[in-house]
Design a protein around this ligand. Structure first.
Ligand SMILES: [Zn+2]
Length: 98
């Protein structure tokens, strides 16, 4: 029976290491883990190590046109090739309040 096996797993890290970074990191990795996708790796090169994007209370969004409206997002970059994986915040946070 498979348990909590973390062997052969990559990691998603926060570059800045601020409180909000860590909170968002936990939310994103928690959701990916829940979906069994955390160790899937980069869709482009397969690298397992990622860096979540953000700085203090600033984080990526998906802009609409005109850019006064946006979707909140989570993004992580592959530490090998730099491919950026972007996730809809509403789905990652699991609260469909919109
Ligand atoms: Zn990659």
């Amino acid at each position: 029976m498979p348990g909590e096996n973390s062997a052969d797993s990559g990691q998603v890290v926060s570059e800045e290491g601020t409180e909000l970074d860590k909170k968002r990191l936990d939310i994103l990795t928690g959701k990916l883990k829940e979906k069994n996708l955390l160790n899937r790796g980069c869709v482009f090169c397969g690298e397992k190590d990622m860096v979540i994007l953000g700085y203090k209370d600033e984080y990526p969004v998906i802009l609409l046109n005109p850019p006064t409206k946006y979707y909140e997002a989570y993004a992580m970059a592959c530490s090998n090739c730099g491919f950026v994986h972007t996730f809809m915040g509403e789905i990652i946070e699991g609260n469909g309040n919109g």
